[in-house]
Write a protein that binds this ligand. Sequence first.
Ligand code: FMN
Length: 328
Amino acid sequence: MNKSSNNAPRLLLAPMEGVMDSVMRGMLTGIGGYERCVTEFVRISSTVLPPKVYYRLCPELKNDGRTKAGTPVYVQLLGSDPALMAANAKTVAKLGAPGIDLNFGCPAKTVNKSRGGATLLKTPELIFTICKAVRDATPIDTPVTAKVRLGFDDDSKFNSIADCAIRSGIDELTVHARTKTQAYRPPAHWALLKNVTNTRDIPIIANGEIWTPSDLMSCREQSACEAFMLARGALCRPDLGRAIKAHTDNVAIAPMTWPEITELLIHFFEENGARYERKYAINPLKQWLVYLQYCYPQAAALFAEVKRIHDPDDMLCALLGATQRLAA
Ligand SMILES: Cc1cc2nc3c(=O)[nH]c(=O)nc-3n(C[C@H](O)[C@H](O)[C@H](O)COP(=O)(O)O)c2cc1C
């Protein structure tokens, strides 16, 4: 089914372990452009996790499952045991998650050793069984979505992976347009999504290598998708969602300035410091600075200044120093 149209593209904020936490989701959805987000993955290995784990990973559950800007946050589960995944999905749905996403793309060795994430791409039938178990255990008005790659070593099973996921009754399918072996190396193979997008009845969400509004236009053209998930690009350019919407509406908007970005950096650091032990706010901040340098050369200078800082007070001083220098 070709859903190609002149409609504004739907934009989703990707799950990103270690950096796309509730504070980041709150900031980026506040800037605008995103229809929904997904939590970092929660690994399901041997039990039904207690509510406190889900509240920690997704504090938005206490706000009707939405960020402050009102954007729904789906909870992402990663695991290979259908019954256990279903039981956890049931808990998450009871806690009020607006939707549940299933991870079949994570390339991490530890995750794959325990038969979760991308390793499941080798066994599309197991993807079907997991998706179906979760769909059946979850109230029908709670959407269930899945996120896959094109395959494990190559893309020869992609059609079967997509079919198995879709046949289970899930509501939407995100495809990171690379195999597990291709990891994060460019390019993303958007054109390989087109056949699935045009012939299946659920929305297919394209993901991978969308850094600019014109990347999104190329991806749309090649994949025939109308929905797109942004990951690293959204961190490099915090207003990317808003910029894409403006681009498709033919409206000119000024990109965020470095002083505006430094305010976000301080907010990210302080809010995370208030949520966890303060020292745990340091690494996500450094990680974000690494992404920001692609769009803001000032971020590279700030990263060089803070990369050896391990003390939260020193980090805050460095961030405040950067804003004071700007004001001087
Ligand atoms: C640091 C990092 C963490 C990620 N964590 C997750 C995750 O928890 N769940 C998931 O499904 N994908 C995860 N991904 C994959 C992204 O959601 C996305 O599929 C990938 O980065 C490709 O999109 P991009 O080219 O726009 O970055 C992660 C990627 C990165 C770089």
